[in-house]
Design a protein around this ligand. Sequence first.
Ligand code: S3P
Length: 466
Amino acid sequence: MTQGGPHANPGRLLPAFQIIVSRSHSAASPISSRPGSPLRGRVQVPGDKSISHRALIFGLLARGETRIEGLLEAEDVLNTAKAAEAFGAGVTRNGEGSWRVVGAGIGGLAQPQDVLDFGNAGTGSRLMMGVAGSHPITSTFDGDASLRKRPMRRILDPLVRMGTTVVEEAEGGRVPLTLRGPRETIPITYETPAPSAQIKSAVLLAGLNSPGLTTVVERQATRDHTERLLTHFGAIVTSEQDGAGRRIALRGQPDLRGVEVVVPADPSSAAFPLVAALITPGSDIVIENVMMNPLRTGLITTLLEMGAAIEFLNQRDIGGETVADIRASYGPLTGVEVPAERAPAMIDEYPVLAVAAAFASGETVMRGLEELRVKESDRLAAVADGLAVNGVRAEVAGDDLTVFGSGGSVPGGGLVATHLDHRIAMAFLVMGLASRDPVTADDSAMIATSFPSFVPLMRQLGAELA
Ligand code: S3P
């Protein structure tokens, strides 16, 4: 990636890119949060991670220039930007969050010269597998110790049906793996085996280089950013609900054109200051510009059911999504039952919901958490362990998690094992702002994969993190 123009300063590294380089060589850096003053003020969390990955990837596949404003400049997304460049896009950073992608076009991808290192990023790697696996090029995908544990068969299985060859893979269908794609993919109808926007998106992206109609059927609706944004780039995508679930059909080989993309603030990042304000006595904060896509707002629905004081101010449309400023203030919370059907709309928010539940009165039962086991860590186990070391009673039964709320008095004092998982680190740091004793996360480095400004932003609100 270059700054100032596609061919300017080719040797110059972005400051953010240097973060990626340094993490892989640095030792763990623990961080603690402690109870202190109430949280006050207005903040804006960074751009949505799902949309940021997609804006870069669709920019690669479009003809002409895509301009992105509000891109999340975090490690996961920067790895996608590097991969887009390796596949032949011209990727330029013009200023903070302001990026330009000159596309290679569907069918026009270049052969990457090196292994594509996606770091910690499941979304970037899986979506790019759909792209690379549908082109007559050979590419090798790899990542960090967390990504190397994550299942990729769920992506490879449909891709093989579409004509991709898996040249090599690590045991159990994991990275490092090498794909070779056909000249054009075979259009298929695919029923996703798990509610996963990443599986859906990989298949649809592979379908872009197909002469026919590619259909994905999902029993439970998952985030629809691929469908929305591909339409914005000029693809024809239809979505219908029937007895089998949601049926998404994409017409292959569209004329994707570079467009302007404005990325709203990430509701999955907003979740951390939001819950922090709800559990820290005296707090009253506003988080600006948060995307309110209904397939992402399961946490907010749940917190409202728990009695949280949350208001939505200044609702408006930005870049095809509704956004709002969210006002959250401290108050009592009551345990609820969270139905399994809600899981896709809040899949990344269970760690921080578990923290809110620890401060509530009564039990919170979260059902159908199977997919949590295959995130950046086994999040079900990591959450249960993190609660236990902080004196909170919780039980895992099958795929359900029950947290026995303390009615506001959480002991804290634990050292939380974060297992290379940014959301485990941030969730338990939120706990430490309102628990009796400080909470320590064994490593803070991973926070940079999705929310590099987390610590300064929380400090700006008055949080004590060191
Ligand atoms: C994402 C989909 C979800 C989510 C991830 C982002 C996406 O993963 O957990 O953080 O952008 O498509 P799954 O598709 O595995 O549920």
